[in-house]
Design a protein. Sequence first.
Length: 97
Amino acid sequence: MFDINGLTEEEKEKLMLLARYHGTMKESIAGILHKIEDEKRTLAAGRKTVPRIRIRDRAYPNVTVRIWDSFLVLKSQEMYVSFSVDRERNAIAKGVF
């Protein structure tokens, strides 16, 4: 158990200073987390239209398809295919041309 009465006045002042600093940091963290959530919402709102990549001829193996922050490496040759983002899975989905 922590005994505050056994501390000197100087130690008590330092402890109070640390407690105030801790409170300030907690408020700063809460503010930053709130700003991050706002930025995520703004970014998601800006992505209303889902981009689509359409390949008419061929896409070869080991080609990386990247849309926003999702990517897919092709394992085999693909022909007449399209790629778009599946928002529910946050992954790239393959579809018909």
